[in-house]
Design a protein around this ligand. Structure first.
Ligand SMILES: *Cc1c(COP(=O)(O)O)cnc(C)c1O
Length: 436
């Protein structure tokens, strides 16, 4: 074999490796610095004797990332439909296509017919307005937290927001709605108790300093037992605006989730403004929806803060396609027929078992997740595998993320689009080659 010095001398020079046609092509696609880093790493491996000097170009090509950005697409087999750690709602193909079309120069504030400037987001706002005809006006911001900040700033800065103690919700990752509201300079006037708040409690607190009454849907927990809260119709007679944060983004009633509030029903019940997320049960991109009385929406839209919270063209495109286009994946998963899920799990497990893998189709229970519909379990079906498959599947390509139950790895199929079953099978077969 070669000595250390000799090996180092034979490692090809950077410019020679970079001239490899595959790496030239990759430089155009991923950027030169990414390619250079892969080459440098491969050269170092050759210096250490891990690979032969003539293998440097091949090793660099193999080590290149698939994309210029580090986020990787994942198969969500957790059984949690809206998984916050996995990017909440997956977009429909129509929304993805709309985003791609908008990604370059696009007529976001330009009327191609007249050549004049036009209203930003007009198509998206029209789609949202027609999805909720009860709303006099609509507006879209970055997320629901931004919608709440905008409403609090525009309608209650230096004044009071009256809110039930039972609705002082932490939305996740340590962020709390009361802190968010207080950060705007509005004062929170807490009424009632954790488990019970009456109209009387609100009425006693409302006065000249009141900006609005806020109802927050406790979307990620449930209180049971001796409870009571004042509902929207009872609060409309207090002489101040009633703002309802519904969270999930349901625009109309969803029979499968009777306890989840929706924008149409809330406005019918007398809510003056409704705020919601775009990337939960609506199934679209991260966005905050504001729907309701035109004077209040207009005050929010005209507030200087609105400029800091405005959405980009990609969000506008994806949201419009979600509202007007085919049923998005979250809704498809929500409405998936349990019998079909069972057939898919049986077929998938059968295919794996025939390859000698210890796989079984089993009944499972899925959840809405993403801080929505707490306590609602959706009948589902899963492929059960030995637990040792979990890590290699999660770190494979594509990563398949399931959930551990007992000593088994369950790949729940409710949140997996049916057209991905084949990818799941191939990922498991590839892992089986390694872990047996
Ligand atoms: C999820 C949620 C929020 C936060 O919404 P984002 O879109 O994540 O900012 C606020 N309020 C309620 C009730 C929620 O469920």
């Amino acid at each position: 074999m070669f000595g250390n010095m000799d090996r180092r001398r034979r490692v090809p020079r950077t410019d020679a490796v970079l001239a490899d046609s595959r790496l030239v092509e990759a430089g155009g696609r991923l950027g030169r610095s990414v390619v250079k880093a892969a080459v440098a790493a491969a050269q170092e491996r050759a210096r250490q004797g891990e690979i032969a000097p003539e293998e440097v170009a091949d090793a660099a090509v193999k080590a290149l990332p698939a994309r210029a950005a580090s986020l990787r697409p994942v198969v969500n087999a957790t059984g949690v439909l809206i998984h916050t750690n996995l990017g909440r709602a997956p977009l429909s193909a129509a929304a993805v296509e709309a985003m791609t079309a908008a990604a370059g120069s696009a007529d976001v504030e330009f009327d191609l017919a007249t050549g004049a400037r036009s209203r930003r987001g007009r198509g998206t706002l029209a789609a949202l307005a027609s999805a909720v005809p009860m709303a006099q006006d609509v507006h879209v911001v970055n997320n629901n937290a931004a919608a709440l900040v905008l409403v609090a700033t525009a309608l209650a800065a230096g004044r009071e927001i009256v809110i039930s103690r039972g609705e002082l919700v932490e939305i996740g990752d340590g962020f709390r709605i009361p802190d968010l509201l207080a950060s705007t300079g509005a004062r929170l006037r807490e009424v009632g108790t954790t488990n019970r708040t009456s109209v009387r409690d609100y009425a006693d607190a409302v006065g000249p300093a009141t900006g609005f009454v806020l109802k927050v849907h406790p979307s990620n927990f449930r209180i049971e037992g001796f409870t009571g809260s004042a509902e929207v119709p009872e609060l409309t007679g207090l002489g101040v605006p009633v703002v309802v944060d519904i969270g999930s983004g349901l625009l109309a009633r969803e029979p499968l989730l009777p306890a989840e509030p929706d924008a149409t029903t809330m406005i019918e019940a007398g809510a003056d403004l409704v705020t919601a997320s775009g990337d939960k049960l609506l199934g679209g991109p991260q966005a905050g929806l504001l729907l309701g009385r035109c004077d209040l929406v207009e005050r929010c839209r005209r507030h200087p803060l609105a400029r800091a919270l405005r959405v980009d063209k990609l969000t506008l495109a994806a949201l419009e396609a979600t509202l007007r286009g085919p049923v998005p994946p979250v809704r498809r998963a929500l409405h998936a027929d349990p019998a079909v899920l069972e057939r898919r799990a049986t077929a998938l497990a059968g295919r794996l078992a025939r390859a000698g893998i210890d796989a079984l189709g089993v009944p499972s229970e899925a959840a809405v997740g993403g801080g929505g519909a707490p306590g609602v379990l959706l009948p589902s079906a899963a492929v059960s595998l030995p637990e040792r498959f979990a890590v290699p599947l999660r770190t494979g390509d594509p990563p398949v993320v399931g959930r551990i139950e007992g000593a088994q790895l369950l790949l729940d199929l409710r949140a997996v689009p049916p057209e991905r079953d084949d990818d799941v099978a191939r990922a498991v077969l590839a892992v089986a080659e390694v872990v047996g």
